[in-house]
Design a binder for this molecule. Structure first.
Ligand code: DAH
Length: 354
């Protein structure tokens, strides 16, 4: 058979293969087999030119070119066809089914910490307290010294302080020694040193930081500090205020009890327990069978602290208290692990939605 006759067979073979193409993969295989740059069949035909007798070369050349055009056009036409099919398919998948029920937007909720903090703020607002805030990055003076923690005193160790690296200027001088505040008590100092003059009644909610990490402790947690300064304030005033506060925060049948304690900035100092909310004082796993839950520290502001802040301790007295917000939230919403509060799991919000 002549070389040109071979071409006719080749064309038939191509037609057969082309009409069997149904998808993109088969189309790709066809394209590579026929017009592929490396081993396409058409390329071989051109290479065979030199073996064709000179008198047939012209016809052969023309026939190869015709075949080439046919093949290329068909492959291109198939491409267009496939593309149209692909587009139609993707339209079907994303088409909007207007009969489907709508998706419900999920409702947001305030975080348990925010809920408890706001409740505490509103209880104290009714008692005439205003809200003060201070920086989370503090210096040694406000976090410790002015609160009567002497340098190198072991009381500082109870705070598990996280210190910040000191900045260094080009000439080597070190910037101030800074730390993440370990409690909200430095806001007391800032309030007294600031414009506020007695009588003072503030609460200071905020984040605090300690190098402490287990089921009940997180390196970042929340406290509310309270401070009241006036002429003639007594330990009894403090006890009455805290009793009223706890009854509002938990329930009217909540009792408090005070146990002697020590804080450098208060004298005398006490720790306050409330009736366990889970068992109403009977004793359960939550309160380790004691019937009580420890919730805050308090005391009469040490005269040295008042004096350091320019308040005359012979004329004024005051009380202060500090309370952990996270503890109250964990208790109220039955959260066994403090980390749950900071994981951003939406299920927690669903659980606290009332
Ligand atoms: N700052 C204390 C702490 O974080 C809590 C505290 C105790 C604050 C007694 C007070 C107070 O104002 O009087 O451990």
């Amino acid at each position: 058979m002549s070389a040109t006759g071979d071409l006719a067979n080749l064309q038939k073979e191509f037609e057969q293969q082309a009409s069997a193409v149904v998808g993109r993969e088969a189309w790709d295989a066809l394209r590579i087999a026929w017009v592929g740059r490396k081993q396409g069949k058409l390329k071989d035909l051109m290479a065979r030119m030199k073996d064709i007798p000179p008198e047939e070369r012209r016809d052969y050349g023309q026939a190869v070119n015709r075949l080439k055009t046919t093949v290329e056009q068909r492959i291109q036409a198939l491409d267009v066809e496939l593309e149209a099919k692909e587009k139609a398919a993707s339209r079907t998948v994303t088409a909007l089914d207007v009969t489907l029920p709508g998706r419900k937007p999920s409702l947001g909720t305030l975080h348990p910490i925010t809920l408890v903090a706001r409740q505490i703020e509103s209880i104290f607002a009714e008692l005439g307290y205003s809200v003060a805030e201070g920086p989370e990055i503090e210096d040694d003076y406000h976090n410790f010294e002015a609160l009567n923690f002497p340098p190198d005193h072991p009381a500082r160790e109870t705070q598990d302080t996280l210190f910040l690296e000191r900045a260094q200027a080009d000439d080597g001088t070190l910037g101030p020694k800074l730390l993440l505040r370990t409690h909200t008590s430095p806001v007391q100092i800032r309030t007294m040193l600031g414009r506020e003059k007695p009588p003072i009644r503030v609460i200071c909610p905020g984040r605090v930081y300690r190098n402490d990490n287990d089921l009940r402790h997180s390196p970042m947690f929340h406290q509310v500090e309270g401070l009241a300064i006036a002429e003639g304030l007594t330990f009894g005033d403090m006890k009455g205020t805290l009793d009223a506060f706890c009854k509002r925060l938990f329930s009217a049948d909540t009792d408090i009890r005070l146990r002697p304690s020590f804080f450098p900035f208060t004298e005398p100092s006490a720790e306050v327990d409330v009736t366990c909310a889970a068992c109403k004082g009977k004793g359960c796993a939550t309160c380790s069978d004691t019937g009580w839950m420890e919730i805050l520290g308090c005391g009469m502001v040490d005269p040295r602290v008042l004096e350091g802040c320019g308040i005359d301790p012979d004329r004024y007295s005051g009380y202060a208290f500090g309370l952990g917000i996270d503890r109250v939230a964990m208790n109220r919403y039955n959260i066994p692990n403090i980390r749950v509060l900071f994981e951003n799991d939406e299920r927690l919000l669903r659980q606290v939605r009332t």
